[in-house]
Design a protein around this ligand. Structure first.
Ligand code: CTP
Ligand code: CA
Length: 228
């Protein structure tokens, strides 16, 4: 019953969200990943859906149930995630990048499991940088003309205000959501700081579900302010 009468400020919005880590293969049985749980992105997907949006969630390898009413696309590597985003983003009015995308991947991935050769020698590994999915989307024509609203996330281990403000400008996004990590990875609660062109404001520590709802409410206001 509550759902019927609660406000739905995102009706008519099509929200595309990335969530979770990516996995970059070294060989068929090994790879590089990180400790992102995907919980924040899934919570935002749930909150955006509850607020009336049509939601597509591009998820890296995570063990989380798909929120009801949300369309989910599972991916593994950063390049898979980028391809899925590129295939979906033209339909979206909001793009929210919560994924902890691996910054680098092995320069090549072996077709067979790499074996020890018995000599004690260790394999040498070279890396290449992964594409920046968010920066690419933020540079697109639709984002620059205001048809697509982009939201970034940033986990910083120190100097959050300095690093996150600079990151928002570098990525060219109107809104960047910062938190002090990696202590929050996998936790159920978090504290967030929102950075926009006017400065920053804090959402105090709360559960990721409560924060996701606050974030969606803020987003709805920002979208409304842009329309009027
Ligand atoms: N991001 C992305 N693709 C990447 C790297 C990051 O889409 N290859 C997105 C993340 O989903 C997040 C934002 O960019 O919304 C910031 O990610 P972060 O890792 O904090 O920034 P980086 O630019 O990778 O800088 P660094 O890790 O060196 O701090
Ligand atoms: Ca990074």
């Amino acid at each position: 019953l509550y759902q019927f009468f609660s406000p739905k400020p995102l009706v008519g919005q099509r929200v595309l969200i990335t969530a979770g880590p990516t996995f970059e293969a070294i060989d068929p049985v090994r790879g590089i990943t990180n400790l992102s749980s995907g919980k924040m992105g899934f919570a935002i997907a749930r909150a955006a859906r509850a607020a009336g949006a049509e939601v597509t969630l591009v998820a890296g390898p995570v063990h989380l149930a798909t929120p009801r009413g949300v369309r989910r696309i599972d991916v593994r590597s950063a390049r898979d995630m980028q391809a899925a985003v590129q295939a979906e983003v033209d339909r979206a009015s909001v793009f929210i990048a919560t994924a902890a995308v691996a910054d680098w991947r092995p320069a090549s991935s072996a077709g067979q499991k790499i074996k020890k050769d018995g000599s004690g020698q260790v394999p040498q590994m070279a890396f290449v940088e992964n594409p920046d999915i968010l920066a690419g989307v933020a540079q697109s024509e639709r984002a620059r003309s205001g048809q697509l609203y982009c939201v970034g996330f940033a986990a910083e281990s120190e100097d959050l205000i300095t690093h996150a403000s600079a990151k928002r400008r570098r990525k060219g996004v109107p809104l960047l959501v910062g938190n002090i990590g990696p202590a929050t990875f996998g936790q159920d609660d978090n504290a967030l700081v929102l950075f926009d062109e006017h400065g920053w404001r804090e959402l105090p520590r709360a559960s990721k579900n409560a924060l996701a709802q606050q974030l969606v409410a803020e987003l709805a206001q920002l979208l409304q302010a842009r329309q009027s």
